[in-house]
Design a protein around this ligand. Structure first.
Ligand code: SF4
Ligand code: SF4
Length: 464
């Protein structure tokens, strides 16, 4: 039965029932109906737009998405394919809400079985084996908005208590309790700056923008703030903004996670809380531009926040901002950077936010760089496997996916694997280490600093 029909039938039934049971304690349509121990809670189909319900029907089962899905590439089971996931979810919805559902007279006559809690749990396990890379959307001939669909389904799964997976719950809990997914104290969020100043890698710790006004907020993000392995991102960004004479500041210990983890995991209520708090805090600063070096933060703040509240400033990825500064003559790249480079498009910067040209333009502006594209680039860039909770839920799969991407990079003959996201930086390092690959992971800001000539790059480079 078509999902459109399912929805219409459900709405009709609810309307009919409400006349008879208006004073009874029947759950409202928007609530999840609790099941017994074996029967699954009902999926709240009102969370889905009519378009999304139609999209479940629109899948032609051509299988093109399966050919490109990085998760299916590692675990060749049909339920992991975007096609399989959509079909399975449609079956669950139809059995719970369709005309022949197990609670209906017709359904009972036809021997329909209710959806069991076990089935829902099994579905959740496969649902979370996805990096939300969006590759399936780009190859789908009927343009199903797959990731929006997966994230909405995850919300239903979380509402029903079937997700996220045990290994992913920690990230969500820590984000809620500590405002960062790594469970680090809020008080050490700005430590990277103090350490960098102590090591003389930056001239000054960026000013606290909540105390001294500035035009630009550098939103550092959780990974660059807390992970020593990607401290270069904060250090290089600070040096570049200083070099260009930009009036900027950071929020330091007052900075909170952008909430991307919560949204991708399906915890929309917690996401909306942190998102609203952040919007209020950002708007109160009176900034003109928010700059971030993280693809996930960019996508979340620029696109997902804008659906929740008004942002009274521009949101740019650092590399977009740097290209502007070069064009305005505020940054002059003078030193030759004689490196053979390939570029990995972060999924949330490329496919999700449409930023494909700016990184290539920036690389072309750096003197001496020999840039070689990987065979899979731009819209078809292979995912590193770190996003969407895949790394915490399925670390072995992420490791294998990352190795596939590192192999793509090695095939170009490049010695440097450049990207523009601390999360990809972490994710690709997993593959480089597992393969002991002769390629160095770099954030794009490192190359800019090398070309500026007066800023330190990585500690490793300084020793060379
Ligand atoms: S978003 Fe990426 S990992 Fe998830 S189903 Fe689509 S192609 Fe596969
Ligand atoms: S590419 Fe689109 S239409 Fe084809 S099977 Fe995948 S989701 Fe369905």
């Amino acid at each position: 039965m078509a999902i459109k029909e399912t929805l219409q039938t459900t709405q009709t039934t609810q309307a009919g029932e409400s006349a008879e049971t208006s004073s009874a304690a029947a759950p409202e349509a928007a609530e999840i109906t609790a099941g017994d121990n074996d029967t699954a809670q009902k999926i709240n189909i009102e969370k889905f737009s009519p378009r999304q319900l139609m999209e479940l029907d629109a899948c032609t089962r051509c299988g093109e998405c399966s050919n490109w899905c990085p998760a299916y590439d590692q675990d060749k089971r049909e339920p992991l394919t975007p096609r399989g996931r959509a079909a399975r979810f449609k079956d669950l919805v139809t059995r719970q809400h369709g005309v022949f559902n197990a609670d209906s007279l017709l359904g009972r006559l036809l021997g329909k079985k209710p959806v069991s809690a076990q089935e829902m749990q099994d579905f959740a396990k496969d649902l979370y084996a996805c990096s939300t890379c969006m590759q399936c959307h780009f190859v789908c001939p009927v343009l199903i908005d797959t990731v929006e669909l997966w994230e909405r389904i995850r919300e239903c799964i979380v509402d029903g208590g079937y997700g996220p997976l045990e290994t992913q719950k920690d990230l969500v809990l820590k984000t809620k309790n500590y405002d960062n997914p790594w469970g680090q104290p809020r008080s050490s969020r700005a430590r990277w700056g103090k350490m960098a100043k102590k090591k003389k890698r930056i001239k000054e710790v960026p000013k606290d923008i909540s105390k001294q006004k500035a035009e630009v907020l550098y939103y550092v993000g959780c990974t660059a703030s807390y992970d020593n392995n990607v401290e270069e991102v904060g250090i290089n960004t600070t040096n570049i903004l200083d070099h260009a004479g930009i009036d900027f500041g950071i929020l330091g210990n007052k900075e909170k996670c952008c909430g991307s983890v919560l949204l991708r995991m399906g915890d929309r209520a917690s996401f909306e809380r942190i998102c609203s708090e952040n919007i209020e805090q950002f708007n109160a600063l009176g900034i003109k531009t928010l700059v971030t070096s993280c693809a996930g933060c960019l996508k979340t703040i620029r696109e997902d926040y804008a659906k929740v509240g008004e942002l009274r400033f521009d949101v740019k990825h650092t590399l977009e901002y740097i290209v502007d500064l070069i064009k305005e003559g505020k940054l002059k790249l003078i030193n030759n950077v004689n490196l053979k480079v390939t570029y990995h498009d972060p999924c949330h910067l490329g496919r999700h936010a449409g930023c494909f040209d700016a990184p290539r333009e920036l690389l072309s502006l750096i003197p001496g760089v020999e840039f070689i594209e990987m065979e899979r680039n731009r819209e078809n860039s292979r995912c590193c496997g770190a996003g969407g909770g895949l790394k915490s839920g399925y670390p072995d799969m992420q490791n294998q996916i990352s190795q596939r991407r590192v192999a793509d990079a090695l095939a170009t003959g490049a010695t440097e694997l450049v990207s523009a996201c601390p999360f990809c930086y972490q994710g690709l390092q997993v593959g480089i280490q597992a393969m002991n690959a002769p390629i160095k992971m770099r954030d794009i800001t490192e190359l800019v600093c090398m070309a500026l000539g007066d800023a330190p790059t990585t500690e490793e480079d300084l020793k060379e």
